[in-house]
Ligand binder design. Structure first.
Ligand SMILES: C[S@@+](CC[C@H](N)C(=O)[O-])C[C@H]1O[C@@H](n2cnc3c(N)ncnc32)[C@H](O)[C@@H]1O
Length: 199
């Protein structure tokens, strides 16, 4: 109900009538690999966690030393997230400020970024700033995963977003189709291949 209420008040930013399903959540976290014998904790960022569909799947995978930051614009969602996962860090901010948020916390370079942001409905300049910040934060070989509803896959803002992300990360996305979600969706993952400076 909270999700629908916020959608009615702010449809472009919330971008969905209902939280994502557990099937989409598991497709979203599937690309996050924790190499055996790794020498440092994984750094994970979630953009637009909403009420926490993907957060739940991420939290199940986090080891005791791994670090997590959730960046959510809606204060009421942030309150809910903090209540549900008191040991994880959530900040009420725009993903546009990702570069500063990562740098302030010494969280860079980031290994995996999972995004629920509605790139098909966000203003183009907002999308541009977020794409730039993601490319800057992600380590070489790190992953960025997001999703598009099937019906919005071909609309111009979604196409423009994918083109920008492909150019910024110098890689093409792999895709997983998830039928069991309102609405059926494609989870898309890019692997950072660009040699970009990290914070
Ligand atoms: C489509 S919902 C996805 C929520 C959740 N990840 C899920 O899949 O159920 C998009 C979320 O992104 C948030 N959001 C939109 N623009 C944002 C921005 N610029 N920075 C951070 N969060 C944003 C919205 O408030 C909303 O919670």
């Amino acid at each position: 109900m909270l999700f629908i209420r916020r959608f009615i008040q702010n449809p472009r930013s919330v971008g969905a009538v209902a939280p994502s399903s557990k099937w989409l959540a598991s497709a979203m976290v599937a690309p996050m690999a924790w190499p055996a014998g790794r020498v440092r904790a994984a750094h994970i960022v979630e953009l637009g966690p909403g009420t926490g569909s993907f957060t739940r799947a991420i939290a199940e995978r986090l080891g005791p030393d791994d670090r997590f930051l959730g960046v959510e614009l809606e204060p009421i969602f942030v309150d809910t997230l903090r209540r549900r996962w008191p040991r994880l860090e959530f900040v009420c901010a725009s993903a546009e400020s990702l570069r500063a948020l990562v740098s302030e916390r010494g969280l860079g370079p980031v290994d995996h970024i999972v995004s629920g942001l509605p790139f098909a409905t966000l203003p183009a300049d907002t999308t541009g700033r977020i794409v730039e910040a993601i490319a800057h934060a992600l380590r070489p070989g790190g992953t960025f995963t997001t999703f598009h509803y099937l019906q919005s896959y071909g609309i111009p803002p979604a196409v423009a977003f994918r083109r920008q992300m492909t150019s910024a990360l110098a890689s093409t996305p792999s895709m997983r189709f998830v039928a069991r979600n309102l609405w059926p969706a494609l989870a898309l993952t890019w692997v950072q291949q660009a040699s970009s400076p990290n914070p």
